[in-house]
Design a protein around this ligand. Structure first.
Ligand code: ACO
Length: 329
């Protein structure tokens, strides 16, 4: 059987750093409140002329270089995002042109779980023989969809992009995947206006309905239930247990969520990767950005097992168990 494995990893972060003290100049908040409630100290914000596909370019190029591939080698491009450049065309098509690719390209939208869903799509294409080399990009400029006068949401998010190259491989790299969705409570986390249900009007803009609305406590409760459950299901599908996991790499939404999940899975906190302090919540980009940090800091060894776990609006959740097959740096 043909397997899929990660052969390239890349990341891109916009230059502008916005600290908690900077946020405190915009809304009534404080560094202390943000750090103790979320673990976030600073975040990156995309430049005015950067949209989601522009962030994706840097991450995709870095992943291609890391895999030793040229754009022409890629036969599938999947972009996971919740802040596409525009409703149509997809950010994947815009990114495809910017990278000089000529393969099929499409977006997967499962909010902060988008990257895990995108890995599932690319893995299935490789395992079935429909693709051999897929570029999977998680990119979000979610700060464009945030109300910077709403202190409950604006302090949480940052922008960025991460990417994997997945290739057909004799040795399995993507071991098992679990995906889930429950669309019965969309109001927990949503952007109500700007789509076909509520097209943008002067009134929707005046009412701020094109911005992210979130019930933070409901998201918290959902996340600390969903992450352990989907991790265990994906591990079972991989014939592994939590004791086999070298690194749990959850979507970086809130340090308190990560700490609670570590306790519920009986994992030492140091095996739950976190870079939320410096990046905030980068939505679909957070998991590949985290893996890139682990990889470039030399923390990954061939044979290590990673549990990549996403959760987000929809509600959606999912986990991908990865055996690290790249040679040590
Ligand atoms: N600064 C100061 N005070 C604030 C801020 C802020 N930035 N934000 C909210 N508050 C205030 C509220 O107004 C409220 O004041 P009030 O009691 O006078 O009305 C008080 O703090 C408590 O508000 P809560 O919403 O109850 O605060 P909570 O302790 O739940 O923390 C938080 C909010 C951090 C958002 C938390 O609910 C959380 O982490 N939820 C998870 C949500 C999450 O991670 N979302 C990420 C996006 S979803 C995703 O990525 C999948």
């Amino acid at each position: 059987m043909t397997h899929a494995a990660i052969t390239g990893v890349g990341a891109y972060l916009p230059e502008r750093i916005v600290t908690n003290d900077d946020m405190a100049k915009m809304v009534e908040t404080s560094d202390e409140w943000i750090r103790t409630r979320t673990g976030i100290r600073e975040r990156r914000i995309a430049a005015e002329d950067q949209a989601t596909s522009d962030l994706g370019v840097g991450a995709a190029r870095a992943a291609l270089t890391d895999a030793g591939l040229a754009p022409a080698d890629i036969d599938l491009l999947v972009v996971g995002t919740s802040s596409p450049d525009m409703v149509m065309p997809s950010s994947a098509c815009l990114l495809q042109a910017k990278l000089g690719l000529s393969c099929p390209a499409f977006d997967v939208m499962a909010a902060c779980t988008s990257f895990i869903y995108a890995i599932q799509v690319a893995t299935s294409a490789i395992e079935s023989g429909r693709a051999r080399r897929a570029l999977v990009v998680g990119a979000d400029a979610l700060t464009r969809l945030i109300d910077f006068s709403d202190r409950r949401t604006c302090v949480l998010f940052g922008d960025g992009a991460g990417a994997f190259v997945l290739e057909a491989n004799d040795e399995p790299g993507i071991l098992g995947i679990d995906l889930g969705a429950d669309g019965s409570k969309p109001e927990v986390l949503q952007i109500p206006a700007g789509g076909s249900a509520m097209p943008a009007t002067c009134q929707t803009v005046e009412d701020g309905l094109h911005f992210v609305q979130m019930n933070g406590q409901e998201v918290f409760k959902f996340a600390v239930r969903a992450i352990p459950a989907t991790t265990k299901k994906a591990l079972a599908a991989s014939d592994l247990t939590i004791d086999d996991v070298t690194w749990l790499v959850p979507h970086q939404a809130n340090q308190r969520i990560l700490d609670t999940v570590a306790d519920r899975l009986h994992l030492p906190h140091e095996r739950v990767f976190s870079n939320i302090e410096c990046l905030g919540n980068t939505s679909a980009a957070s998991i590949p950005l985290a893996v890139n940090d682990l990889y470039t800091s030399g923390s990954l060894r061939r044979g290590d097992v990673l549990a990549l776990v996403g959760f987000g609006a929809g509600l959606t959740w999912g986990a991908a168990i990865v055996r690290w097959t790249k040679e040590d740096l």
